[in-house]
Unconditional design. Sequence first.
Length: 484
Amino acid sequence: MPGNRYGRRALAVGGLAALGLAVGIWWSWSPVEVNSPQEMTELLPADWQAPFRARYEGPVQRNSILAAMETCGPVPVVEKFRTREPAAFMIYDLDNRATVQVAAVRLAPEDRASVQDALRTSTHCQRPASSERNAAVQWTKVARPWFGEASALFRVSDTNLAADSAGNSVVTAGSVWSFTMSEQWLVAIGGYRTSVETVASVYPQLLGEWDREVGTHFLAPGESRSDCGSPGLDDLPTGALRESERTMLASAHDLACQGQVDVLRSLPSVPLVVDNGFATEVDIGDPAEFARLMETRAVYRNGAISFRQGDSALVFSTLRPGELQRPAWDAYVQRCSTATALAAQMCGPDPYGPLGSADWSAVLADTGCEPDSDLGPIRQALFQDVTGDGQEDAILALLCDAGRGEVRIYDGASPPESPELVQSLLGDDLGPMGTGLSPVALTTDGGGLTVESEFASPDALVIDRFRWQDGSFAPVAREVQYPR
């Protein structure tokens, strides 16, 4: 057996040599000295290094990043980017029209304790509209596993309460700010038109080189502490929500978490299904309960995003195919056990029924309803049994090309692959001014259907009432409301 003995000896010698080499490499490693903004930016990804595209740096980018951070960022943290050196600032384009802003600064020894404390104890922030800024700003600090020795993560929403003539809030969502500290370094990452998930995905690529070369721990597991979590969207199937839809749902949650009841109440753009039917004025109740409901695990089925907790249900629709459309808030039922049949349907596992899964973009395009704008043709979609066969029919308020509006009813008994058109309403109706009608809101009450349509201006309305009889909807009454 001498061969085996010598073989084992050779392996042992080889192992010791490899260990010695590894120890030597470890012993000889020393962190890179970083003493200038240029050396700092060299540690960031180069331009056109996926997923990043072009990158920009200079006085304009520096001022833009500082102005954005100073809107609502924690003051003891943000001020260091102006008062300490070296500091570097960079903006990247991403593939999906989003941008990522990066700022890094070296802290003075006396800064570290106060910055760490500010990151951990900072909370939500609100800024009202002003002469320089038309919209109010809400920064919501998010409770979430994050990165670094100390960190603070914020979602940002801009809200304009007087944004349209109908009194609906226009909420611009999709900004994220992260502040993270490691050793003597402080880094801020801002994502514009993007979600927390996207920022989390690019974070390691932005700061991995810092950890490898400088010896920081930006990628170490950390935590952003807050009393506000996130909507429970993680288990939704791939493709159920676009990035813009995720950020809008997060904004609704964050407004509730901050107690912004007036803004939240004005978000629905169409009548909302509530416990006793439809309502245009929504009783939010306790906004904290609303936020907690959105933090439960969301379920996606046939175009509906549903949240259920206890006896309450919250439903959002993804059936508006336009690129600029946000999820439609369809229902908020606070007592499912005592709700009307209409509202109780929204509490079930499949609020819309099979026709909710139809490819409505393709269905409508095949019939010539394909507007040029990114808003999409569907102004509202209801899924209720109006034909009396027990199946949820699809009722769509549409605005097609050249401003042509109509309401279409599709048979709930037909397959979602080829929905069968039962009837079209108002498509040939020129309205009181001869300019046509634009249906914007639908409500039902069993066999009845009410359609609100704009004409001439958003303040001018035609209200049509129809009743299902003998296999079709027959007109019952019309009311015209002119602007005051």
